[in-house]
Design a protein around this ligand. Structure first.
Ligand code: PBG
Length: 339
């Protein structure tokens, strides 16, 4: 049979040649996931010797500080660079003005100082947001119509961030989406001498329906009820707005910017990385985790392979690091495959 012109340069070019053997696949591999890319979100509870499973997040538990320290030992041994802490606050810790958020002896603050004491090399990232501490589950202080007041909320976030820095947090991570909070937090940290406390800004945080299981995990779902966060979190329809948000946060003094959720927003990760060239992070959120776990439990997807593929996708999109509930599982897979 004669060669048809429509085949272009074939057979001079056979794309399958480089895929034929493992050595050449390895040589041309463009992206790799390593343990250095992983940040593990963890839920902390009050009390002693407490651990509770999160029903909608199989394999994820809430730990009291003493048990969280034991868990942290394993994470350090696995080489995970950092964890992100989220508190489960009981009814007594919730109020209209979220004062518990900046209690120097609060749950997060105690947990941070215990962790830094025991594992100084483990990076500790704290969540700067008021939703665990408000009776209404919003990320800020509301007026009589339920509108989240920007500037009053920022004042409280600054107090919260300072209390985390004093407790020893390496990175404070405002996840609230108020305007101007990065600048105010940065100035306050500088003024208090915390010049090396890093800020990881949840810059492009969307008003997503993938956060449901997280709100169960921290127990804010009931408080939020039918409330929503559209007046501060971003519209999933927007992309340019994400660049605007990220650029502002960098200008205000963020060291790292983040896109959240992850897999449905890989296009945003790529644009942010290409256009701003700053350290860029992505959060594979609770709903993404839950979806995967449900399919693993049904035997519909191969657990190990799909976890690794989902995380590699973030690297390919340009992320420098990934917050993921699969961090520990992925670190174990990476360790075992290196043997
Ligand atoms: C709230 C906060 C949320 C998450 C992290 N911080 C939920 C929300 O905005 O309602 C979600 C994380 C996840 O779904 O894994 N400050």
């Amino acid at each position: 049979m004669s060669k048809s012109l429509s085949r272009g340069p074939f057979p001079a070019t056979r794309m399958r040649r480089m895929r034929a053997d493992d050595f050449s696949r390895r040589l041309m591999r463009e992206n790799r996931l390593s343990v250095d890319d992983l940040i593990y979100p963890m839920f902390v509870l009050d009390g002693k010797n407490q651990r509770e499973a999160v029903a909608s997040m199989p394999g994820v538990e809430r730990f009291s500080v003493d048990l969280l320290l034991q868990e942290a030992k394993e994470l350090v041994e696995l080489g995970i660079p950092a964890i992100a802490l989220f508190p489960v606050v009981d009814a007594a810790g919730k109020s209209e003005l979220a004062e518990e958020a900046y209690n120097s002896n609060g749950l997060v603050q105690r947990c941070v100082s215990a962790l830094k004491d025991r594992y100084p090399e483990l990076g500790i990232i704290t969540d700067v947001a008021l939703d665990p501490y408000t009776t209404h589950g919003q990320d800020g202080i509301i007026d009589d119509k339920g509108y989240v007041l920007n500037d009053r909320t920022v004042d409280t976030l600054v107090k919260q961030a300072l209390s985390h820095a004093r407790a020893g947090a390496d990175v404070v991570a405002p996840s609230d989406m108020m305007d101007g909070r990065i600048g105010d937090v940065r100035q306050a940290l500088e003024a208090a001498g915390h010049v090396n406390t890093r800020i990881l800004a949840y810059s492009a945080k969307y008003a997503s329906s993938y956060y449901g299981p997280f709100r169960d995990a921290v127990g804010s779902a009931g408080n939020l009820g039918k409330g929503h966060k559209y007046s501060y979190q971003m519209d999933p329809a927007n992309s340019d707005e994400a660049l605007h948000e990220c650029a502002l946060d960098l200008q205000e003094g963020a060291d790292m910017i983040m896109v959240k959720p992850g897999m449905p927003y890989l296009d945003i990760v790529r644009r942010v990385k290409d256009e701003l060239a700053a350290p860029t992070y992505v959060y594979q959120v609770s709903g993404e985790y839950a979806m995967h776990c449900a399919a693993f439990e049904k035997g519909w997807l191969d657990r190990e392979a799909v976890i690794m593929e989902s995380l590699l996708a973030f690297k390919r999109a340009g992320a420098d690091g990934i917050l993921t509930y699969f961090a520990k599982a992925a670190a174990i897979i990476l360790r075992d495959h290196a043997k």
